[in-house]
Write a protein that binds this ligand. Structure first.
Ligand code: CP
Ligand code: NVA
Length: 308
């Protein structure tokens, strides 16, 4: 079963194939209206459940549009409206859904929910974000980097801020796509040791550097994300902001990166907190290309999962 649960759990050659396929699907429909079906309809007759236990703009819409472009049908479901939100087990939900749909995408809180869904479903399951990882985002980000700057292998990516779920999937990608990763942020918000270890084991040079200017020096891409993720308590907001303010990505910090460095953010952003509007709207920024590429990258992920 081709589940897409995490970047480090997916074969590196398969990941590369997905990026290539995403690119060719994107090129094939360049300039066509968003609602036009793709020339190829590999998802004809397929039904996909998109389950959200957390809010989403990009993930929800890009999966929905992408699947429809490929001829498939979708159901967008809120976890809270399903029996899943009222005590039915994940295993039973997975077994039942497998009788109705060909593929399940789930955005949830605990990673365990995703893993149980995959264990008990008879159809492929895609991770649409958990508290720990966000692999679909980083597939789009790798695609975006390569569109602008060529192969990501051997490059230096610098994460500024909270070592959160998006950072974790960047670390997984560093191992699988062969690039180096520097983390700069306060010690209490370091990425999980397990994820750093995985990247290092695959040969990626992973550095923790507390001085943001030093960290960003020589960067090919500088990445920021929200300081308070959806699973973080609102009561931690003030403390997090105080700890993370020195790691804001602003023009001064970007001046230490390579002159042609990219700035990335998965969005949604809190403008002028984790990154200034001058950077987000400035010449280094590719944030809306990242958002667009969610569509193309996920179409390739869906096709890989279904083998079509
Ligand atoms: N980047 C991302 O996953 O955005 P959404 O939360 O809007 O889906
Ligand atoms: N780290 C963020 C990513 C949102 C797409 C969160 O989990 O809220």
């Amino acid at each position: 079963m081709n589940h897409f649960l995490d970047i480090h759990k997916t074969d590196a050659a398969a990941l590369r194939g997905m990026i290539d396929n995403a690119r060719s699907m994107k090129n094939a429909r360049a300039g066509r209206p968003k609602g036009t079906p793709d020339a190829e309809q590999p998802l004809a007759g397929r039904m996909v459940a998109l389950i959200f236990e957390k809010p989403s703009t990009r993930t929800r819409i890009s999966f929905d549009v992408g699947i429809r472009q490929m001829g498939g049908q979708t159901m967008v479901l809120s976890g809270a409206d399903m029996q899943l939100g009222h005590g039915e087990t994940i295993a039973d939900t997975a077994r039942v859904l497998s009788r109705y749909v060909d593929l399940i995408m789930i955005r949830t809180f605990e990673e365990q929910t995703l893993l149980e869904m995959a264990e008990y479903a008879d159809v492929p399951v895609i991770n649409g974000l958990t508290n720990r990882t966000h692999p679909c985002q980083i597939m789009a980000d790798v695609m975006t980097f390569e569109e602008h700057r060529g192969p990501i292998a051997g490059r230096k990516a610098v994460w500024c801020g909270d070592g959160n779920n998006v950072c974790a999937s960047w670390l997984h990608a560093a191992g699988q796509f062969g690039f180096d990763m520097t983390f700069t942020g306060p010690p209490t918000l370091d990425p999980e040791e397990e994820f750093i270890g995985l990247a290092r084991k695959k040969g990626a040079n992973v550095v923790i550097e507390r001085d943001p200017a030093k960290a960003v020096t020589g960067a090919d891409v500088v990445i920021a994300d929200t300081w308070v993720s959806m699973h973080d308590s609102q009561s931690s907001k003030e403390r997090r902001h105080n700890q993370l303010r020195p790691y804001q990505v602003n023009e001064q910090l970007m001046s230490h990166a390579k002159p042609d460095a990219l700035f990335m953010h998965c969005l949604p952003a809190h403008r002028d907190d984790e990154a200034t509007s001058a950077v987000m709207d400035g010449p280094h920024s590719v944030i809306f290309d990242e958002a667009e590429n969610r569509l193309h990258a996920q179409k390739a992920i869906v096709r890989w999962c279904l083998g079509v």
